[in-house]
Write a protein that binds this ligand. Structure first.
Ligand SMILES: NC(=O)c1ccc[n+]([C@@H]2O[C@H](COP(=O)([O-])OP(=O)(O)OC[C@H]3O[C@@H](n4cnc5c(N)ncnc54)[C@H](OP(=O)(O)O)[C@@H]3O)[C@@H](O)[C@H]2O)c1
Length: 308
C-alpha cells in the first residue's frame, strides 16, 4: 500500500488552521499538528500531534515522523488587543524569529520537507494608497511591514535545502466564525456601520474557503514559489466594503467612524489594520491555474454569513 503524503501544520487551532486541517485530511493528506509544547497543551502526545516550541524551534521529531510538506500559520494574533509594547514584542517574536527557528529545525531533519507554505500578510506592503500591488511590488514601511519582512526571511534556512517555499501574502480573511468579519457585524446589524476614516483605503480580502483551497493548491503546484498573494482579484475600498456588507445584511451603512476616534480607541493598531491601504492585484495564483470560488465580494460575504 502506498503511504499517504504527510503534512505538518503549525497554528492548527486558529481560524485558518482548523479549516485547513479538515480540508487537508479530506484531500488525502496525513496531517500532523505541531502543538506548542510550552503551553502544556493536552494535545501533546495525542495521536496526530507533535510538540513544538516556537521559541527554540525544537520539535518532537519522533512524533513528527517523515513529513513531505509543512504549512506554517502560527503567530500571535495581530488584532487580539491594543498594541502594548509587550503585544508588539509577542507579535514580532512569534513571526520572524519563530519562523527562522522552525525552519532551521526542519532543514536539519534527516529528510527535510520538500515544500513549505508559510503565512505572510498583505501588511508587508505597508500603507500604499491607490497604488496597485502585486507579487513583484516592493515591501513597505511600518511595524507590520517589518514584521512580515522578517517572517518571510525566516524561511531561508529551509529554502537553502532546495525546498520549494511559498510565502503566502494573505489579505483580510472573510469567515463567519473568526477574523475581522464577526467584529464588524454588530454595528452593521444595528444600522450603525459605515466607512472607517475616509473610507478611501483599499482592502484586499479573501474568503476562508478560497484561502484553504489556495494553500492546498500551493502545496501541489510546482510553479508556485516565493511571494504569492492570497487575495481575491477584486480588492475594494473600505467604503465599498461597508456598502457591500450593508447590502448583504440589508442595513444602511452610511455612518462613518472618524479616524481620530478609531485611533483614540485602538491606538497604533487602528492605523495599521483599519486605516492603511493595500490594493492588491494577485497574479501568481491565477497564472498557475487557481480558480476562485469567491471572486466577488457580495458572494463571498453571503457565503461567509450563510447559516452553516
Ligand atoms: N485571518 C486573517 O485575516 C489573516 C490575514 C493575513 C494574515 N493572516 C495570518 O495567517 C495566519 C493564520 O491566521 P489565523 O486567522 O488562523 O490566525 P489565528 O486564528 O490567530 O491563529 C493563529 C494560531 O497561531 C498560534 N499562536 C497564537 N499565538 C502564538 C504565539 N505567540 N506563538 C506561536 N504561535 C501562536 C495558535 O495556534 P496553536 O495554539 O495551535 O499553536 C493560533 O491558533 C496568521 O499567522 C495570521 O497572521 C491572517
Amino acid at each position: 500500500m502506498t503511504r499517504r503524503p504527510r503534512l505538518a501544520v503549525t497554528g492548527s487551532t486558529g481560524l485558518v488552521g482548523k479549516a485547513l486541517c479538515r480540508a487537508a485530511v479530506a484531500a488525502g493528506w496525513d496531517v500532523v499538528r505541531l502543538v506548542r509544547a510550552a503551553r502544556g497543551e493536552p494535545g501533546t502526545g495525542e495521536p496526530g500531534t507533535a510538540a513544538w516550541d516556537p521559541a527554540t524551534g525544537a520539535i518532537d521529531a519522533q512524533a513528527l515522523g517523515a513529513v513531505d510538506a509543512v504549512v506554517h500559520l502560527a503567530g500571535e494574533n495581530v488584532a487580539g488587543g491594543r498594541w502594548s509594547k509587550a503585544r508588539k514584542a509577542a507579535i514580532a517574536g512569534s513571526r520572524g524569529p519563530a519562523t527562522e527557528a522552525l525552519c532551521r529545525t526542519l532543514a536539519a531533519l534527516p529528510a527535510p520537507p520538500k515544500v513549505l507554505v508559510s503565512a505572510s500578510a498583505t501588511g508587508v506592503y505597508g500603507d500604499r494608497g491607490d497604488e496597485t500591488l502585486d507579487e513583484t511590488s516592493t515591501p513597505g514601511q511600518g511595524f507590520l511591514a517589518n514584521v512580515a519582512r522578517a517572517w518571510e526571511a525566516g524561511t531561508a534556512p529551509l529554502a537553502q535545502t532546495g525546498a520549494r517555499v511559498v510565502l503566502l501574502r494573505i489579505g483580510v480573511v472573510l469567515a463567519r466564525d473568526g477574523g475581522a468579519l464577526p467584529r464588524m457585524l454588530p454595528p452593521f446589524r444595528l444600522g450603525l456601520g459605515g466607512p472607517l476614516g475616509s473610507g478611501r483605503q483599499w482592502m484586499s480580502w479573501i474568503s476562508l474557503s478560497d484561502l484553504v483551497r489556495a494553500i492546498l493548491f500551493a502545496l501541489g503546484n510546482e510553479r508556485l514559489r516565493g511571494a504569492v498573494l492570497a487575495t481575491a482579484p477584486t480588492p475594494v475600498t473600505n467604503r465599498d466594503f461597508g456598502r457591500a456588507l450593508g447590502r448583504v445584511l440589508r442595513r444602511p451603512a452610511v455612518l462613518p467612524a472618524p479616524a481620530f476616534a478609531l485611533r483614540l480607541l485602538l491606538g497604533e493598531m487602528a492605523q495599521a489594520l483599519l486605516l492603511s491601504s493595500q490594493r492588491c492585484a494577485p497574479k501568481a495564483l491565477a497564472a498557475a491555474g487557481f480558480r476562485y470560488e469567491h471572486g466577488a465580494l457580495d458572494g463571498a460575504l453571503r457565503a461567509a454569513l450563510a447559516k452553516g
